[in-house]
Design a protein around this ligand. Sequence first.
Ligand SMILES: [Zn+2]
Length: 378
Amino acid sequence: MRRRRFTVLLGLLVVLGLAAAPGSAAGFGTIDSGGQSREHERLTRAALSCAGDARSDPDCFEPTTMDYLAGHGHEFGAVGSPDRDELSDPAAHCDGADYVAGPYPRTRMQATASLVDCLNHMRLRFGEGVDKAQGLLGRDGEVLAAEVGLDPECRSDDEREERAKCATLEAFGRALHGVQDFYAHSNWADQADPARPIGDENPPGLDLPAPSPLLDLRGAAAPDPPAELSTGCYVARDEVPGVGACQLRVTHAGLNKDRGQIDPVTGAATDPTTPRGMVGTNFAKAVTGAVTETRREWRDFRSELVARYGTERGERMACALTHDDPVDDCAGANPVVAAVVLAGLVAVAVGAILWLRRPVRRSERGRAGSAGAAGHGR
Ligand SMILES: [Zn+2]
């Protein structure tokens, strides 16, 4: 009877221990490159995809989730959304912050004001994402299956789309698009063509690293750009030299490093096809900057989730946003909590064993005493 109780207790402890251990992650498939040359998609994958069959962690996105974040096939994905419905808004692409020292149609202050427009736009999207993440969890902090399912795929261009994970990734993806464009559309990380004079057709390059202090999307501070920072003026007739509103100004056409081949696994950037991208290693510098900045923005987004919602809920939200099966993979306690719970269970088990053994000794001693012998217990 006692032994059975002991066995039942041990079984219970084992079950409790397993339940408290962190969930095991699913295996990963190969990354879908699909033979596309869409640069936003490929560099987003290079920045944030979970690598090969490595164990998933909160700093990488599993395949189905990444398909929505980065886009795939004919799908724009969250990162591509500004190219679908914000094409004419320069703030969504960090265009229009053009400036060159000397005689120029615009002042440094006007250029910086356009940069602030872009920064505010990205901060708005980033903040929308943090707001929407609240819907991922229920009142007790549990992952809500209906809010994190990705089948069918998110349809964020459909107003009936209400899943919190879709809405959160959509907003965060739009913010990523902007920071990625900053590296492709500005002279932050590039160099001028040394064979030509500096001017609106060949603005100076700043050759600066990523991440950029200008792209702090958690903060609210006004940016303090280098005096020579420029992006490009953009109009429908995007040409060098500029025409229409872009006359005598640095143009998107002249400054962008938008096109080339990007390896979606390594982020290696080759075969640039735009004039500025073909100068030196400008295309690779822009891609490397965008990849580094993308990783920084995800880390900042996670940090903001924790700051807003607390460590446990914030980290569970990050888990739900990065994992394909968050109901199973993000439900368990985090490893630290699990370790504490396991240690507690071991202490309980030891206590229970001692407690169960004590009465056995006493009763055996009693029986031995009545037999008139001082023999040892078995
Ligand atoms: Zn863009």
